[in-house]
Design a protein around this ligand. Sequence first.
Ligand SMILES: [Zn+2]
Ligand SMILES: [Zn+2]
Length: 74
Amino acid sequence: MAISKCGRCGEKTPKPEVCSSCKRAVCHRCIYASKKVNRKDIRRLVMCKDCWTDMARRKEYRHATKSKEDTGFM
Ligand SMILES: [Zn+2]
Ligand SMILES: [Zn+2]
């Protein structure tokens, strides 16, 4: 099994996840939030802690994850 390095803290991690905003592969400790979304372009949104401090990116994430629950019939 390949061990990757986290793009944020540099820790070795067997299961990095790619942040949806900055596209870095980060370890689970650097992920602030992740959520499944029902969109044809994205299946899963991942937010690293760096991007979570970015207001514009946080808003984007909130918007993308919220739309599914609030407008279920669309
Ligand atoms: Zn990390
Ligand atoms: Zn990020």
